[in-house]
Structure formats: structure tokens, C-alpha cells
Design a protein around this ligand. Structure first.
Ligand SMILES: [Zn+2]
Length: 544
């Protein structure tokens, strides 16, 4: 607009937000009262009078003293699984097998004969001493195969039709790393499948149709918005999910930003990307520059790989699913293609072999300076290995809710020495590492404030144990907020556009029911998200 001689910065503001308590996460200006937004970005922040004066034509939104902070970046979650948990039968919190069977019976009434009924959320940990059997499910749904995954993914409960579909009989042997529970005398399968045995049935369930995937992703994003998440790092993106994200963008229905970690085991999916390099969306809704690889399993099911046997299972050391000899060349290829690699590593052996593979790969591709290779979980790390992550520039991505969910049994699995390197957030931070925190939903609640509470207290929501579990690892509010914003942005190479409220950043921010900078930890559990702005546009408003 050269003809008019007006200053562009002034004429561009579309909206200003005034009278707020804005936590910027910018150390030089930690708080502000007002914000100006132009296009999708933050133009300025400051006090209300000054901002109003500078942007006279803009729409004014009064924040009425409410606290505002940058949108939370969930750096590790599973959107499709979350969405499917809404489409499937939800058995979370169910007290008895009969109660679950009644839900299955109701669902069977609306389901055509032969179609699968799937569900999720019965507590295989709490019910382990007295597992239910298939009979109650077979009665509830005699014409439909039924597959009910446990809350933690270690066991599934199926009916007779499902076992028939999978060909499971008294003579079916256990697969490696899994068990088909059987009656002692008759060897009749009881309908409970643990660990890898779940796959025997799971592989017969037809995959969701494209429109079901889309529906599930939409339901998941609604849940994310309710919880204040403006970006999600989808921690195992399949080609079907990627196609669904693209369709949602085309229909203008994607309301959260997605950082996709591609399923690194799918050659057809990753080869074209490794050939052509990352895909960075100019509209910043979908970024593809990361591969996800699993090196071991989970601690609860003893699938996590350890240098020495489990303390509660002599001779069992867990399972390495991707050896160093495979991880190394893949990491080298990824580095050459400017791709990040995110490795799921839980046990100390898995973490060590990942460190070794990453170190060798970084040496083999010396031009790759700022690659931010990621270790997801780093759950139980040998004490002497904790300091080896930071010098390699590795980002450690950890889950506070895992600590408070696992603390009841984790030490039994690993013993008193190894537990010192477990969920060791502070030990990692002290090495100067980039630490991002997240939930790994849907196994844990995606409510980030609940995660912050866990990180600060290392207690269950009802305050146990008193003083916290290994409280020397507790984090401060400042560290925790940083891990869910600035560091989460860094873990996706997005620290220049996300994680802070600063001129030039995307206007992704959330309005909260209370002042998160001063709330006591227990009050974090009832903190609510009132509004969410994505790129300056209101995408969520709570019912007040
Ligand atoms: Zn995960």
C-alpha cells in the first residue's frame, strides 16, 4: 500500500486481545496484557492501551483478566487409537466381566451377524488374578466375533467366534512372547490372549475403512482441543492415516496441527520420503520429517529389553525388535535425507543400542549437525548412559503419566538399582538435554495439566505416595511448562513458529480457567481450557 504511506504493521492487525494475563514463555518478556494478531501470526504484545492505540482498526477481544499461554504441543500421542477408542466399546472403569458383557450384548443388537465387535479399556492389570473367560462374551454375542483389548495393551479378551475366526483351538501353540491362556484340565482356550498372542486374533479384524479413519481422527482432534493441544506429534503415522490427514485438510476439517512420525517399518510409505526429503506444509498443518522405529516393547509386559534379567522374572530380558544393525543404516539414510528418527526405547539395553546406533550414524554423516534424533520414553536407562544423550544432540521425549501409573510395580520389575535411572527426568535435565514431556495417549490421559501434575509431584491424583515417588526427580512448574511448549516445539524443529507468544510466531494459544503460573500442583488437575485459538482463529470454546 505504498500510495497511502501507512505502516504495514499497523494496518495488518486483524484482531487484538486485551486485558489478559498472557504468559509468553519468552524469558525476556514473560508476561503481557495484550496481543495483536495479523494473518495467522502474532504481530506484537504489550500493554492494552499501547496495543489498542497501535492497531485502531482491529477487532477487539476482551480477555477479562484470564490467563493465556501458548498452545500445548503434545509431542507423542496416537490420534487414530484415541479416535477409535471413541468408536469402539469403551470399557474403561468397568467393574465386572458381566458389566462388560452387557455392553457387548447391547452392541450386538445393533451389529449385523458376523461383523466384528471391538472394544477397549478393561483393566488387565487389576483383573489379572482372576481373568474372565470367553463364555460370558460368547453368550452376549453368539453371532459376532468379539475382541476387547485391555487398558494397557498387554492382554485381550475374546469370545468363541473370534477364536473360531482365528483358528485358535486347544492344540494351538503359544506364539513367541505371547500366551493363549488355557483351562488346566481340558486345555480349552479361555479367551484371554496376552502380549504377542493378541496378534493371532487381531490380524483377522478387518482394517477400518477410509471414512472410519477420518471419523476417528476427527473425534480425536475434538478431544485434543478440549485438552488444550494445538499441535500433536502423531507417533506412528501409517499411510492410511496420512491419506486421511490430507483429505481432512482438503475439506478444511483439520483443526489441530500434526507432526507426523511415519511408521518406519513400512517401506512403501517411507521410501518416497527418504528419496525426496521432508514435506513441510506451507500452511503449517501437516509436517512430515520424522520416522518412528520401535526397538523394544513395554515394561509391564516384560517386552522392554534389558542388559540383565528382570528382577521378577529370572532369565527374562525382554525383546529387541529392531537390532542395532538395522537401526544404524536406517538412521544414516534418514540423516542423509534430512529426516529425524524417533526411537521407542524403554529398557536399558534398548536405550544403549539406540545410543550406539545414533552415535555411529552421526559420525557417518558428519554434515548432519542439527538432527535432533529422538528417544521416545528413555524409561529405564543405565545410570552411566544418562549423560551420553546430550552430547549427541538427542531429544529425550518422556511421559510423566507413565511414572505415576507404573510406580506401583515398576521397581518389582527392575529392582532397587535400575529404578534410579527410571523415569529420571531431572537426572536427564541436569545433563543439559532437550527434554520434552507428553502423554503417549490414549494409554494415558491426554490432559497435559494432569501430566504436569505428575511431573511436579510424582504422585497419583489422590496424592500418593506422600512426598512423591523418588521425589528427587520431580520437576518445577517452570521446567514443566517449558517441556510442553518450547521444548516440544524444538523436538519438531518448530521453535521458530511455536511454543512461545512472540512477534513472528503462529498465533496458537489457549485461554485458561485459572493462573497456571501460580496454581498449587493439585489444582492443575481441575484446570480447564476455555478457548483455543489456532493461527488466531477460534477453534474451540468450552461450554461455561
Ligand atoms: Zn506411543
Amino acid at each position: 500500500m505504498a500510495c497511502c504511506g501507512r505502516q504495514n504493521t499497523i494496518s495488518q492487525a486483524e484482531k487484538i486481545f486485551v486485558n489478559g494475563h498472557i504468559l509468553t514463555m519468552d524469558e525476556n518478556h514473560p508476561e503481557a496484557e495484550a496481543l495483536a494478531i495479523g494473518q495467522e501470526e502474532i504481530l506484537a504484545f504489550g500493554n492494552s492501551i499501547k496495543i489498542k492505540k497501535s492497531y485502531p482498526g482491529a477487532e477487539v477481544i476482551d480477555l477479562a483478566g484470564k490467563t493465556v499461554m501458548p498452545g500445548i504441543i503434545e509431542s507423542h500421542g496416537h490420534l487414530l487409537s484415541l479416535g477409535q477408542s471413541f468408536l469402539e466399546l469403551n470399557l474403561e472403569g468397568i467393574a465386572t466381566p458381566e458389566e462388560a458383557a452387557e455392553k457387548v450384548r447391547q452392541r450386538a443388537l445393533q451389529t449385523s451377524a458376523g461383523a466384528w465387535i471391538t472394544g477397549w479399556g478393561w483393566d488387565e492389570g487389576a483383573w489379572a488374578k482372576n481373568y474372565p473367560t470367553d463364555r460370558v462374551l460368547s453368550e452376549a454375542a453368539p453371532k459376532n466375533p468379539v475382541y476387547l483389548r485391555g487398558l494397557h495393551g498387554f492382554a485381550s479378551w475374546v469370545n468363541a467366534k473370534a477364536m473360531e475366526a482365528a483358528g485358535i483351538t486347544a492344540s494351538t501353540p503359544n506364539p513367541p512372547n505371547g500366551e493363549i491362556l488355557k483351562e488346566a484340565k481340558t486345555h480349552r482356550p479361555t479367551g484371554i490372549l496376552t502380549n504377542k498372542a493378541q496378534g493371532l486374533v487381531e490380524k483377522h479384524i478387518p482394517p477400518p475403512a477410509p471414512d472410519q479413519i477420518e471419523k476417528a481422527l476427527e473425534l480425536a482432534q475434538e478431544e485434543c482441543l478440549k485438552n488444550g493441544l494445538t499441535t500433536v506429534h502423531e507417533a506412528n503415522t501409517t499411510s492410511e492415516m496420512l491419506a486421511a490427514f490430507r483429505r481432512l485438510i482438503k475439506k478444511d476439517k483439520l483443526k489441530i496441527r500434526v507432526y507426523a512420525m511415519l511408521d518406519g517399518t513400512d517401506q512403501n510409505l517411507i521410501e518416497p520420503f527418504l528419496g525426496e526429503g521432508p514435506e513441510i506444509d506451507p500452511n503449517r498443518m501437516l509436517t512430515i520429517r520424522c520416522l518412528k522405529i520401535f526397538v523394544d516393547g513395554a515394561l509391564g509386559s516384560r517386552g522392554a529389553a534389558f542388559l540383565e534379567p528382570y528382577s521378577d522374572a529370572p532369565g527374562v530380558r525382554g525383546v529387541v525388535v529392531t537390532p542395532e544393525d538395522s537401526l544404524y543404516p536406517l538412521t544414516v539414510r534418514a540423516l542423509k535425507s534430512n529426516f529425524q528418527v524417533a526411537v521407542h526405547a524403554i529398557g536399558d539395553l534398548a536405550n544403549r543400542l539406540t545410543l550406539n546406533a545414533f552415535k555411529r550414524a552421526l559420525e557417518a554423516v558428519p554434515a548432519a549437525k542439527d538432527r535432533r534424533l529422538r528417544v521416545e520414553h528413555a524409561q529405564v536407562v543405565a545410570l552411566e548412559d544418562i549423560s551420553k544423550f546430550a552430547p549427541l544432540g538427542i531429544v529425550v521425549s518422556m511421559q510423566p503419566p507413565h511414572a505415576t501409573s507404573d510406580m506401583a510395580w515398576a521397581e518389582t520389575r527392575v529392582g532397587p538399582k535400575r529404578i534410579k535411572g527410571a523415569y529420571a527426568w531431572r537426572s536427564f535435565l541436569e545433563t543439559g538435554i532437550h527434554l520434552t514431556l507428553n502423554s503417549d495417549f490414549p494409554g494415558e490421559t491426554l490432559n497435559p495439566f494432569s501430566g504436569m501434575y505428575a511431573a511436579e509431584t510424582r504422585q497419583t491424583p489422590d496424592g500418593k505416595p506422600a512426598g512423591g515417588w523418588y521425589p528427587e526427580q520431580c520437576l518445577t512448574r517452570k521446567e514443566v511448562l517449558r517441556a510442553y511448549t518450547i521444548e516440544a516445539a524444538y523436538s519438531g524443529f518448530e521453535e521458530d513458529s511455536k511454543g512461545k507468544i512472540q512477534p513472528g510466531m503462529l498465533a496458537d494459544f489457549i485461554v485458561l480457567s485459572d493462573d497456571i503460573s501460580t496454581l498449587p500442583p493439585a489444582k492443575l488437575l481441575s484446570l480447564r481450557v476455555l478457548q483455543i485459538y489456532l493461527g488466531g482463529t477460534l477453534v474451540y470454546k468450552a461450554n461455561e
